[in-house]
Design a protein around this ligand. Structure first.
Ligand code: FES
Length: 114
């Protein structure tokens, strides 16, 4: 086991966006059926367009975040500790702009309360 925190921070890490793409084969709603993959792609595209994808903002697909909905996907952003549900691909620019600023210049910055 290696502790890599210093190396990750030295590489410029600022924020981690977790996008739920969890699928389940039950009657309960899940993000895979509520735009999960499309939201994940929209998040990556927005960050790529601003040159911060994986340089400063890491993105990962995740399993259930406990905010399941048939109307959209769940997203968590850490370490700022923010959670969203019901996110559609069209919501992604507004969401990321709110968190990171229009040009992604507010990275690693504690946001004001929602
Ligand atoms: S399946 Fe995505 S939050 Fe539960």
């Amino acid at each position: 086991m290696q502790e890599r925190t210093e190396a990750v921070l030295a590489n410029g890490f600022a924020d981690h966006v977790l996008v739920c793409t969890n699928a389940r084969d039950t009657e309960y709603a899940c993000c895979a059926d509520a735009h999960g993959e499309d939201v994940y792609e929209a998040v990556k595209a927005w960050l790529r367009d601003r040159g911060v994808f994986w340089s400063q903002v890491h993105v990962a697909e995740t399993s259930c975040l406990g905010l399941c909905s048939a109307d959209g996907t769940a997203i968590a952003i850490h370490p700022r500790g923010r959670w969203y549900s019901d996110v559609t691909p069209d919501d992604v620019p507004e969401l990321l702009e709110r968190e990171f600023g229009p040009e992604a210049s507010k990275l690693g910055v504690e946001p004001s309360p929602p």
